[in-house]
Design a protein around this ligand. Structure first.
Ligand SMILES: Cc1cc2nc3c(=O)[nH]c(=O)nc-3n(C[C@H](O)[C@H](O)[C@H](O)COP(=O)(O)O)c2cc1C
Length: 348
């Protein structure tokens, strides 16, 4: 069942309109510098994430694994990530933990020299769910070993679980489970499209997590994805569509988290300009899933071509803001739409 669901997700994201109705990066603007005093060919996009150098501030965040096509996609992504020098996260490793025959669809990433690999398990699996026991630290360690992970993303996807027929409904004890896991392993807490409120971040700041992947509102909506899996006219279809725009916009969440956590800004990042905006707003790196999905199903060359285009856009944005380096970019101004500022004031 997990295999089928994973495959459905890819097909739905590729074939249907499942983006949030608004991309919140369109409400943030960088400021053009007419006299940039930078040589565009010398713009340096290198940066570090969790202590590892990347050629540019980009993470290909969790997408897939656990079924044969997912394995091929992970191979394409890993080959390109290694060549481009960017970080790579695998999709939820639950299928591989529960059926060792599927572990290869994730561990394929070990065949490539990816600078930073991010493992992935779900926070709902860290507490007991309808007859299933909770994963412990040894399971999480096995997930990391499966892909030689540098850090482990623990994903929060309670919106998706809530609108799914077969979803895990128990969130009681998740925070303690995440906190205790973070005491043992390098954990990145990751949302999957609904972002983090300031109050959730306030609780996480007292843990030993190494970072946050914002996964905010504005890009792929897993509520919309699940709606498309539900039968026409069903309550689940209706509920999934109703919650399509639920969550905290990515730039708002990022503003709450920046400076307190090492942040990956995921959620609606479409290109190198959005990535540059994320860096100006305090992210250590941008994160992308949907924008790389089609290429991932095609070939490593197709992913590489996308990454080169993103790099070109990022370099152009850095040049036109007069930023010779990522550190210089971080100090540039950003103009925010009043609605973004309103969100920041009122949701705090
Ligand atoms: C097809 C697909 C499958 C995904 N599977 C996972 C997953 O297994 N684990 C996870 O943490 N996030 C998963 N995500 C969520 C992404 O990592 C990301 O948080 C989300 O798609 C928002 O980013 P985007 O707007 O760039 O797509 C998946 C996304 C897509 C598009």
């Amino acid at each position: 069942m997990i295999q089928e669901r994973k495959s459905d997700h890819v097909d739905i994201v590729l074939g249907r309109d499942v983006c949030a109705s608004e991309n919140w990066w369109d409400r943030c603007w960088l400021v053009h510098e007419a006299l940039p005093e930078v040589h565009m060919d010398e713009v340096d996009t290198r940066t570090t994430l969790f202590g590892t150098e990347l050629s540019m501030p980009l993470v290909i965040v969790a997408i897939t694994g656990g079924y044969p096509r997912g394995g091929k996609m992970n191979r394409n992504l890993a080959e390109a990530a290694a060549e481009a020098g960017v970080a790579l996260g695998v999709g939820s490793q639950r299928a591989g933990l529960e059926d060792p025959r599927l572990a290869g669809t994730y561990s394929v990433v070990k065949e490539f020299d990816v600078p930073l690999v991010i493992g992935n398990i779900g926070a709902p699996q860290l507490v007991p769910q309808a007859g299933r026991p909770a994963y412990g630290v040894e399971d999480a360690r096995r997930a990391m070993e499966m892909v030689d992970a540098d850090v482990l993303a623990v994903h929060l996807n309670f919106l998706q679980e809530a609108v799914q027929g077969e979803g895990d409904r128990n969130a009681v004890g998740c925070f303690d489970a995440v906190r205790s896991l973070a005491g043992e392993l390098p954990v990145v807490v990751k949302e999957t499209g609904a972002g983090f409120s300031a109050s959730t971040l306030d609780r996480l700041v007292d843990t030993e997590i190494v970072g946050i992947d914002i996964g905010g509102l504005g890009g792929t909506s897993f509520s919309a994805v699940e709606a498309h899996r539900a039968p026409d006219g069903s309550v689940l279809r209706r509920c999934g569509m109703a919650f399509r725009d639920w969550g905290v916009p990515t730039p708002v969440s990022l503003a709450f988290a920046a400076g307190r956590f090492e942040c990956i800004a995921t959620g609606g990042v479409r290109n190198g300009i959005d990535a540059a905006k994320a860096i100006v707003m305090g992210a250590r790196s941008a994160g992308m899933a949907a924008a790389l999905l089609r290429a991932a199903t095609e070939s490593a060359d197709a992913v590489m071509a996308e990454l080169q285009a993103i790099r070109r856009e990022l370099v152009t944005a850095m040049f036109l803001t007069g930023s010779p380096s990522v550190d210089a970019l971080k100090r540039k101004p950003v103009v925010l739409d009043p609605l973004v500022e309103h969100w920041m004031e009122r949701s705090r």
